[in-house]
Design a protein around this ligand. Structure first.
Ligand code: ATP
Ligand code: MG
Length: 396
């Protein structure tokens, strides 16, 4: 019995399915990561039981992807996904199997998986099922398609981007025939939905070796057919590695000389990612022309300033380089860090002028904010009052 794999609840799921006369095994990335001695982020379970049979065994289930055979089992406050063994039928459009057929045979389920290192199964009693010599590839750090790579990429072109992203996340090389098949089929990536590509790119960016992945993307010609990619990876390579996917996206934007909108639209980035890219873009345009200004230090968060300084340094290594301490000192020395730090409010303006409230108060608060940031007016009630009344009268 395996004790150091999966959660207790997931082992209970396997055991219960088995006691009901069906097979259930751990599959996919979690088994690979277990053999590599790393901890997986998600665990996949495959079973010979049909979705309806799973629902008879477990009282609490949710149909998350029943058409594909996936049922979510809720057990001991944990939710565990279980997918019926399946094969995928004919592919006519490079991305969707025409039909998903449930099967009772584990071998057929493993045959549809993308790479040998992703096609292991592990039983509850600790037996490893390795039909395609995945263990050998794992020890040689090789990504190799299960079966004929050309056929596998024609079935689902996303697998080419997955090969490349595993070269980053695992720091493995892509086996020669598999790589050649990517070169031959690269153009088919155009037919894959950007959402699926983005999910893989997010993982690629924060992997161990994004530089290797970028090189593969260029070498194989995938760069020409991805939704948007710099024509030369030199600048992009200079900016790696990345802590967060959004930093990868920002680097792709800068390295490719793309606008934030181009990247956001091409890869359907989230609103939060869009906001981040807009900030990085503005800060980078300013920094490229000169050093950061007072307005830049005030407007942008430390994280954006540091990232942009780093990007600028990676891409233009001969210019002046501001250290993190230097940037932090400049930012901290501002009279205020944000609008909320201003010692007066709109109410004070109304009281001091005797006028009724309106849009003018927020306009004046912005002017006051600017004057404080630029050191033209101290952030105390008395000074602000004097500065404001003076300016206010002058403009009337
Ligand atoms: P990660 O650790 O990053 O989650 P993973 O290998 O678990 O990597 P998933 O996307 O979670 O990747 O997929 C789980 C498993 O499903 C894979 O290990 C593989 O066996 C199979 N798989 C996923 N996508 C495909 C695909 N496009 N074609 C064939 N098999 C796939
Ligand atoms: Mg996974």
């Amino acid at each position: 019995m395996i004790e150091n794999f999966g959660t207790k609840a997931s082992r209970d799921v396997l055991s219960l399915i088995e006691r009901n006369g069906f097979e259930a095994v751990y599959v996919g990335g979690a088994v690979r990561d277990y053999l590599l001695g790393t901890i997986a982020n998600d665990i996949d379970i495959a079973t010979s039981a049909l979705p309806a049979e799973i629902k008879e065994i477990f009282p609490h289930t949710i149909d998350v992807g029943i058409d594909h055979g996936t049922v979510l089992i809720v057990l001991k406050k944990e939710s565990i996904e279980v997918t019926t063994y399946r094969t995928e039928g004919q592919y006519t459009d490079f991305r969707h199997p025409d039909a998903v057929a449930f099967v009772r045979n584990l071998r057929e389920d493993l045959l549809r998986r993308d790479f040998t290192i992703n096609a292991f199964a592990l039983t509850l009693n600790g037996e490893l099922i390795d039909l395609f010599d995945g263990k050998k590839d794992l020890s040689n750090k090789v990504i190799r398609a299960v079966g004929n790579p050309t056929e596998r990429f024609k079935e689902d072109a996303l697998r080419m981007v997955r090969a490349v992203r595993f070269s980053s996340t695992l720091d493995f090389t892509i086996e020669t025939k598999t790589k050649t098949a990517i070169v031959e089929n690269a153009t088919q990536i155009q037919y894959v939905s950007v959402e699926r590509i983005k999910t893989e790119m997010d993982k690629l960016f924060v992997g161990k070796n994004p530089v290797a992945a970028f090189s593969y993307i260029q070498e194989t010609g995938l760069c020409k057919y991805l939704p948007l990619f710099p024509s030369s990876t030199k600048k992009l390579i200079a900016t790696a590695p990345y802590q967060e996917p959004e930093v990868g996206w920002a680097s792709l934007m800068i390295a490719g000389d793309f606008t934030p909108f181009a990247v956001v639209n091409a890869y359907k980035l989230s609103n939060a990612e869009k906001h981040f890219l807009l900030e990085v873009y503005d800060a980078y345009q300013n920094r490229r022309e000169k050093l950061f200004t007072i307005d830049d230090y005030y407007r942008f968060d430390m994280s954006v300033l540091l990232l942009v300084e780093n990007l600028n340094h990676c891409i233009n290594p001969n210019g002046i380089y501001l250290t993190a301490i230097n940037i932090e000192r400049q930012k901290k020395s501002l009279p205020i860090q944000s609008y909320n730090d201003i010692t007066i409010s709109g109410k004070d303006l109304i009281e001091w002028t005797g006028e009724s409230g309106g849009r003018w108060t927020s306009e004046w608060l912005s002017k006051i904010e600017r004057a404080i940031v630029h050191g033209e007016c101290e952030n105390t009630v008395i000074t602000i009052r004097e500065w404001f009344l003076n300016e206010f009268k002058r403009e009337r």
